[in-house]
Design a protein around this ligand. Structure first.
Ligand SMILES: NC(=O)c1ccc[n+]([C@@H]2O[C@H](COP(=O)([O-])OP(=O)(O)OC[C@H]3O[C@@H](n4cnc5c(N)ncnc54)[C@H](OP(=O)(O)O)[C@@H]3O)[C@@H](O)[C@H]2O)c1
Length: 302
């Protein structure tokens, strides 16, 4: 049966930019109630405003131009801390925290569940990439990438899963990468963290088989976001350059539409923005690893 996002409580990490922001806006358009996380509060507010506009616009178009009072109220959003002071129930709440701080993850999950009383969809989208060889990546930078991309996803899942199990319903969407399906130079920590997501969620999915909980893994190829600019150099500074493959990548709004359509259809393994280069890379790395390593080294990575 096709699932919709109408009235679902959707918690999206990394909602302050790129794919996460687009997932949030698209979910709002589909009638979801949203929790938006990231560290950049101002950027989360901007996402919330765009969600409000998308939600109101959608209702406006579906009702022949009249924005209904109920859906129009979704243009309101709040900060999680003001929500706790007892104001009227909002439809979009921002919940900023740092995923690299694992103790903050459990606390954020408790607050997130308290706000709407449940989490129906947990979209583990936040991530940081890497542009430095292993030998030049400081151990603490390597660890921060693995914590942000993998360990934080485990911590949030550990906190949210009991509620989903009690209701026997829920969806976890984990955003991996083409680098979660093959190795790539200058991305040892990034690629390892994305492979770890597949191992963890593939195993958890098998444990939950027969329950009402869906786990969908998403493998984006190349999407037009700031992921490479925000990537860590070996010393933890920002790489600061937009890679040509991202520059020419898919519009994140299109990525978001495809992801929610596939998740709604019950797909468990989802490839998006997966162009010929991504498909060829994954194929060669599996079946012709010698040729793959020569080619990817010559081309300087993905
Ligand atoms: N773009 C692509 O081509 C591509 C390809 C494959 C996979 N992906 C994956 O897609 C996901 C989204 O990336 P994107 O392309 O949209 O890049 P992006 O624009 O750089 O977004 C990354 C998001 O992650 C959040 N984030 C990073 N570190 C965080 C931390 N320590 N604590 C909390 N939030 C943190 C950022 O929020 P703050 O800065 O506000 O903290 C931001 O919202 C990532 O998992 C990435 O690996 C992207």
């Amino acid at each position: 049966m096709r699932q919709t996002l109408e009235e679902k409580v959707v918690w999206i990490t990394g909602a302050s930019s790129g794919i996460g922001r687009a997932l949030a806006v698209e979910a709002a358009r589909r009638g979801a109630r949203l929790l938006l996380s990231g560290r950049n509060e101002a950027a989360l507010r901007e996402t919330a405003e765009r969600c409000g506009a998308a939600s109101a616009h959608e209702t406006g178009s579906s009702k022949g131009g009249t924005v209904s009072a109920q859906r129009a109220s979704r243009t309101k959003f709040e900060h999680a801390s003001s929500h706790e002071t007892g104001s009227a129930r909002p439809e979009c709440v921002i919940l900023p925290f740092d995923l690299a701080d694992l103790s903050a993850c459990a606390a954020a999950a408790r607050r997130a569940e308290a706000i709407f009383g449940r989490i129906d969809v947990l979209a583990l989208n936040a991530g940081v990439s890497q542009r430095a060889k292993f030998a030049e990546t400081a151990p603490e930078v390597f660890d921060a990438i693995v914590r942000t991309n993998f360990s934080a996803s485990v911590a949030l899942t550990r906190a949210i899963l009991p509620g989903m199990r009690a209701r026997d319903s829920g969806t976890i969407v984990a955003i991996s990468s083409v680098a979660g399906l093959m190795g790539a130079p200058w991305r040892t920590a990034y690629s390892a963290s994305k492979h770890a997501l597949a191992g963890f969620f593939g195993s958890l999915r098998a444990e939950l088989h027969g329950s009402g909980i869906q786990i969908s893994m998403v493998y984006p190829g190349f999407v037009r976001t700031a992921i490479s600019e925000n990537a860590f150099a070996g010393d933890g500074s920002k790489h600061g350059e937009l890679d040509p493959l991202q520059q020419a990548g898919q519009d994140p709004a299109e990525t978001a539409r495809l992801v929610w359509n596939s998740v709604g259809a019950g797909a468990l393994e989802i490839k998006v923005a997966f162009d010929f280069k991504a498909r060829l890379g994954v194929f060669l790395s599996r079946h012709v690893p010698g040729l793959f390593v020569r080619s990817i080294s010559r081309h300087g990575g993905l």
